[in-house]
Write a new protein. Structure first.
Length: 393
């Protein structure tokens, strides 16, 4: 969380993605001395987690009132005596108990309600955690002057489930973190260099089952039966043993963009691919699709969750219903790839979509425009001091 007047805008670097609403467990507990009594209660939630786990239920400490109060107390300490115009938080969790009189805004890719029984790790939650999670989300939405969501799917959840006024909600898609410096001449060259006699697919994601890994492999098999040469590159997830040994699948493991050698490898994989193919069973947004577009790759996925916030069907990729099978995806890919002129036009539209809306400069510009249009900072002072609230654990 930061106190600030405006987010920085750098044309050469759209920035990096703020943690999503799902990532709250990655934040460490507040560390200020004044928060120690609250932290005792926060640590006690660990025993609750174990208790519920033994009963086959999931429980976390990130929505505990004591933890949220401790975060608010630390924020008060850090901004004491400092001038700022607005509070911006990457996620809704930490703002529910803030006592500031300045406007509070946040961005997220999902609401608590939209994640319940949708993601694997939000299934089988304890009744206590459900109650506290909904209470926290409702309090954060009541506190916020503006709630930014990455998709209409998430925005509708905030409006319909929590009853927040549509005037307090806006939709701005998140941007690519990898490939954000790619230029049009580079992408045009990569598109022209892609082979016409084979189809190269790239799957990027850590969670094999949720991201539809088996469906990707089965689709590649179907394409091969249709007479296409296919190469499938797997990045992030561990390739299940049942698929190992297939000569047309290459598993690269987890490649970190922060490590130069691994970043260079990932860069080359995107360059030589024809499609980024991740048919997720559940997805709040899908940064991978934005990153594929940054390399001029059409994205192929499923019309579920917030994916349509990243992928517009026929513009920068294709979305099939959750019920679609491997043959459906194979027919789609084969049809898209059949005419090289049509395929290359889709690649160019994909990169244009990245340049227009799937980058962090576009996010910041839209955010600032909305602040101005809705007069959220009308009476805010000019001075500001950026003050990070918490560090990642």
């Amino acid at each position: 969380m930061f106190s600030a007047r405006t987010p920085p805008i750098r044309k050469s670097n759209p920035g990096t993605r703020p943690p999503s609403s799902k990532d709250s467990s990655a934040w460490g507990p507040p560390s200020s001395p004044s928060s120690r009594s609250s932290l005792k209660k926060y640590r006690a939630s660990i025993s609750k987690k174990i208790f519920y786990r033994l009963r086959g239920q999931y429980h976390r400490g990130d929505r505990e009132p004591a933890f949220l109060e401790a975060a608010a107390n630390e924020f008060d300490q850090r901004i004491c005596g400092k001038s700022y115009d607005m509070v911006f938080s990457p996620g809704s969790e930490m703002i529910s108990r803030l006592k500031t009189s300045r406007p509070v805004t946040f961005s997220a890719d999902a609401t608590f309600a939209s994640m319940v029984d949708y993601y694997w790790d939000f299934t089988g939650l304890s009744a206590e955690y459900l109650r506290k999670g909904h209470a926290q989300e409702a309090a954060s939405l009541a506190k916020a002057s503006l709630a930014i969501y990455a998709s209409e799917w998430a925005a509708r959840s905030a409006i319909n489930y929590y009853g927040i006024s549509p005037e307090k909600v806006a939709v701005i898609p998140f941007g690519a973190n990898f490939g954000k410096k790619n230029t049009l001449p580079e992408v045009e060259r990569w598109i022209a260099q892609r082979p016409h006699d084979r189809i190269n697919l790239i799957f990027v994601g850590k969670h094999w089952e949720r991201k539809g890994g088996d469906l990707v492999v089965d689709t590649a098999r179907c394409l091969r039966k249709l007479g296409h040469k296919v190469t499938l590159d797997i990045v992030g997830a561990e390739l299940p043993a049942r698929h190992r040994g297939l000569p047309w699948i290459v598993s690269h493991g987890l490649l970190s963009p922060k490590k130069p050698e691994e970043a260079a490898k990932l860069h080359d994989l995107y360059i030589r691919a024809h499609y980024v193919f991740v048919p997720s069973r559940a997805e709040a947004f899908g940064i991978t699709f934005a990153e594929g577009n940054a390399f001029g790759l059409p994205a192929i996925s499923t019309n579920t969750g917030g994916i349509s916030g990243a992928v517009s069907n026929g513009e920068n990729g294709y979305l099939l219903p959750l019920s679609a099978g491997a043959q459906d995806y194979a027919d789609l890919i084969a049809s898209s790839f059949r005419n090289s002129g049509d395929y290359q036009a889709m690649c160019r539209r994909s990169f244009a979509t990245f340049e227009k809306r799937l980058n962090w400069n576009a996010f910041c510009k839209s955010f600032l425009d909305i602040l101005a249009e809705r007069n959220i900072l009308t009476n805010a002072p000019r001075a500001l001091t950026a003050a990070p609230l918490l560090t990642r654990a």
